[in-house]
Design a protein around this ligand. Structure first.
Ligand SMILES: Nc1nc2c(c(=O)[nH]1)N[C@H]1C(S)=C(S)[C@@H](COP(=O)(O)OP(=O)(O)OC[C@H]3O[C@@H](n4cnc5c(N)ncnc54)[C@H](O)[C@@H]3O)O[C@H]1N2
Ligand code: MOO
Length: 391
């Protein structure tokens, strides 16, 4: 069986970053992946501007007791066109262009004004209270791409006078739950049935990663019906089945996939939970066959599906973040599979849950991290540093 790192690399290899692009206005661009680096063509601020309300003067003339004649006024949006001469001051407000000849704004609290003159007072601050032109960004500034646009990115793009951005289209990710035992929430389950659950977590994860998950009708454990349902996924950008991946008589996904031209990249990996994962191409569509156990499906979704969505969008840094944390308690040795233990991360202290069965959604919901225990690892003591994946 292959290891987790190799499996992650093979899954990414299945995906080509899309060249399907959308042009969207800034108001619709939050979390979209910007693919072209836009250029500002205008510095910010575009002129030296006052950082405080007060009086613009020459820095060389600033001294306690110095006195100036006030010759005019500048406010934000309303500059003053002249040039200050020695001995002159300009009344100025925050955001106004600093006039030629001035390079210091004395704040009004440091000034005594009498009629048309000001005198600088003993508590004089140091200044200069002037924001140079281009202090935020220069005229040739480019915002690096690809990037997933944050709220601050949107403000920066607006300041650059960019009203719309070129972003990757969202990948359509088809999610197909399989199994005769499943019904949707709100339906009435039969005596031997349970509620399909993990598809809702996977949809939320895909959507949050920048994709557009489509939940297909549940497919039964019959070859022809499953083949028809899986054929629907050939229209998607990424295809995902859930369940039926293991070795049981009713685990049909691999076999049916092959009828539809599935080329496997791998089947099974040394990971707990998630061993019976299938990865490959279904026709031309990147495909994952996730195991059905809810925790297995969600953990493999986190480690393999979400990075595939991000790669499709054109992002480079796609793997889940790992941090280092201190074990809060002793843990035993691991077996032949890397164990992603459901855990609680508090500050830099990590505690695995006692119950680790891959059916336990209540434990996963309480968890906020996965404690990664490499395969064949020795017992570890409380206080040792270990890798952790925040959820
Ligand atoms: N003899 C062996 N049996 C099993 C092995 C093995 O190696 N040899 N592997 C086990 C492991 S590990 C896993 S994980 C499961 C995965 O099996 P499948 O992918 O075939 O999943 P199913 O059998 O369809 O379902 C497993 C379990 O999860 C429930 N399920 C399925 N889909 C959903 C859903 N959408 N929402 C909620 N719950 C779901 C299903 O009812 C089963 O209880 O196989 C082990 N067996
Ligand atoms: O690998 Mo299974 O996912 O342990 O339950």
């Amino acid at each position: 069986m292959i290891g987790v790192d190799e499996a992650q690399a093979l899954c990414l290899d299945l995906v080509t970053p899309t060249d399907a692009l959308d042009v969207v206005p800034l108001v619709a661009a939050h979390t979209r992946v910007m693919r072209r680096a836009p250029r500002a063509f205008r510095a910010q601020p575009p002129f030296a501007s006052a950082a405080m309300d007060g009086y613009a003067v020459r820095d060389a003339e600033v001294a306690v007791g110095a006195s100036f004649e006030v010759v005019g006024e500048a406010a934000a949006g309303h500059g003053w066109d002249g040039t200050l001469s020695p001995g002159q001051a300009l009344r100025i407000f925050t955001g106004a262009p600093v006039p030629a000849g001035a390079d210091h704004v004395v704040i009004q609290e440091d000034v005594l004004r009498e009629g048309g003159r000001i005198t600088l007072q003993p508590n004089l601050g140091s200044g200069p209270n002037v924001r140079p032109a281009g202090a935020d960004f220069p005229a040739d500034f480019e915002l690096e791409a690809p990037r997933r646009l944050s709220p601050s990115d949107l403000a920066l793009l607006a300041a650059m006078n960019i009203p719309e951005v070129i972003v990757a289209r969202r990948p359509r990710v088809a999610l197909l739950a399989t199994g005769d035992e499943l019904v949707l929430p709100g339906q009435t389950p039969g005596r031997d049935q349970i509620i399909a659950s993990n598809v809702f977590a996977l949809k939320a994860m895909v959507d949050a990663a920048g994709g557009e998950a489509i939940i297909l009708p549940i497919a039964p454990d019959r070859e022809d019906a499953l083949a028809a349902a899986m054929a629907e996924m050939l229209k998607a950008d990424i295809a995902v089945t859930i369940g039926g991946a293991s070795v049981g008589d009713h685990d049909l996904v691999g076999r049916v996939g092959e009828r539809l031209g599935l080329e496997r990249a791998f089947y099974k990996l040394a990971m707990r939970p998630g061993k019976p994962l299938i990865a490959g191409s279904l026709g031309a569509v990147p495909y994952l066959g996730l195991p059905g156990n809810p925790v297995s499906a969600i953990v493999t979704g986190h480690l393999f599906l979400v990075p595939m969505v991000k790669r499709w969008l054109g992002l480079e840094d796609v793997q889940p973040k790992r941090v280092s944390a201190r074990l809060a308690q002793d843990v035993g040795p691991t077996g032949p599979r890397t164990h992603f233990m459901r855990a609680r991360l508090d500050g830099d202290s990590v505690t695995p849950y006692a119950r680790q069965d891959s059916s336990l959604l209540s434990v996963l919901s309480d968890a906020n991290a996965l404690l990664e225990r490499p395969l064949g690892d020795r017992p570890r003591k409380a206080g040792e540093m270990v890798p952790v994946l925040p959820l």
